[in-house]
Design a protein around this ligand. Sequence first.
Ligand SMILES: [Zn+2]
Length: 650
Amino acid sequence: MTTYITTPIYYVNAQPHLGHAYTTIVADTYSRFKRLCGEKVRFQTGTDEHGDKIVKAAEEQQVQPREYVDRISNLFRNTWPLLQIEPDHFIRTTDTEHIAVVQSILQKVHDSGDIYFDEYTGLYCRGCERYLTEKELVDGNCPDHQKPPEEIAEQNYFFRMSRYQQSLIDHIKSNPDFITPERYRNEVLSFLSEPLEDLCISRPKSRLTWGIELPFDDKFVTYVWFDALINYLTGIGYPDGPEFTAYWSVAEHLIAKDILKPHAIYWPTMLMAMGVPLYKKLHVHGYWNVDDTKMSKSIGNVVRPKELVMHYGVDTIRYFTLREMSFGLDSSFSSEAIVSRQNADLANDLGNLFSRTTAMVRKYRQAKVPKAGESTEGDRQLQAAARAMLRDYRQQMADFHFHRGLQTVWEFVGVANKYIVENEPWALAKDSSQAARLDTVLYNSLECLRLLTLVLQPVMPGAAAKMAAGLGLATGDERISSLAKGGVWNLLTPGSELQTIDNLFPRLDDNKKEKDAGAAGPKKEEKDAAPVIAGAGAGADLLDFASFQQLDLRVAEIVAAEPIKKSKKLLKLTVKAPEERTIVAGIAEFYQAEQLIGKQVIIVANLKPAKLMGVHSQGMVLAAKSDEGGQERLVLSSLSDRVVPGSKVA
Ligand SMILES: [Zn+2]
């Protein structure tokens, strides 16, 4: 099986932004996923460099168009490695091979009678250097130049697109997957229900010289779309290169919805006129709104990929964009949303599963993979959950439902975390008669980590490589790089050694969130009230109800826990109550970090924040202290049943 996936070639009148990054991350993830499935893959991206907008942009920067396009094209090319995007080919429409192919195609279509010369009358704005449509005018004026356009007649070349209208409708109707998601297919069919006009494909050189010259008339250059779309062919060696033969029949184009019409109508009709079979699929995605507003230069909310990577890290950005956007629909981008995904999904769920599992293997089994013994019903359920996850993941990723694929994976992360909580390896470790059982529980937990490494490789290649290293697996090991060979249970080798790696996903601080939490904290008049823990025992002064009400007691769920370096007593807890906060608790002598995750405890939520061993603590966990025959014990507060984190205790 082979796959050919393309992004649009990006127009170099603007610098790379989040929208470009998303499309290209999707293409890269899809190509890595297909490789994981054992397919031969070719992934192409590039830049579109002709047209009057480019000439204008170059003039603004007082450079020649050539110098300008080189500069911006390089910006795109250099952005992709930052996002761990690895295209097989980067094409530019100013490449000499591309120019030659475009000219040969123009000649061919001209010779076959599908390009003709005609006069065109339209409303031309000299400021915009283009024809405007009636719809674009505001009170009869060009909206950008506040002047009425001139009606001018111009002679141009036209592509007989109308001739292929019915064939295109038939093709779309008989190939339901040709344009997906379905809403875009419907949009195209609805557009095609009206008569299709022929497409003007030339610009006179008197108006524009920065373009590919028509081979049959040197007084004209090609209109940008007739030039740009052909990149999908030239990049794989059309007409007779071996790659063209290998890849064209499986071509899948990936675009944002703003360029649906050129890709769903111009391009297939051009291919029909050229006598080339149509591409296989067109995948269309929606827009990213930044803080619920459309991204635009004038608003100043343009998000740059380079800054994102610097702030949040490449794995987080790749994960966030794929997890957050339902492919095809618009989605919202905000730093709060990124921080919340990072802290909840990556640091808490996945990061903790990885760190506590490997920490226990280090602690109880000298960092060596143990040998699994007999399976219990619970073990078999875990294995069944792994199989179900692999099956769903494969289907969802192949269907471009990346967010659902990741949802499936994270449900499995939850299952694996629950497996640890239920099997209590820390308790098994205390009982030497349970050594074999402990081996099995640890082995199964490690297998979960290996399978997660496998399925996350296309999404977060960097994090997956780190996880693989932690499990002692080499890059390229089939157990983490092939779904067919690695997607089965029981592949880790007993006796092999784990490696120590850095924290996979450090928690991110969200400044804004902290500010909000501060505002919702104790009111000024309450601030100086001494924090009192009621009912501490005989002799405690009686408290009136109003004083009691000053205490904000809440149920908190522990979502992460880790020892604090250089402290024997303190643990750093991350709790949900319902917002996330950090609480330092002096319980390290009585509890191990890994056994606390998932527990619900009672906290004093409005205690003045304090810094303990350099960690900011926001609240206090309630626990009972007892003295049993000289032996001090400390037992955390708990509830007789689980409740929603953040519930008030009164
Ligand atoms: Zn204008």
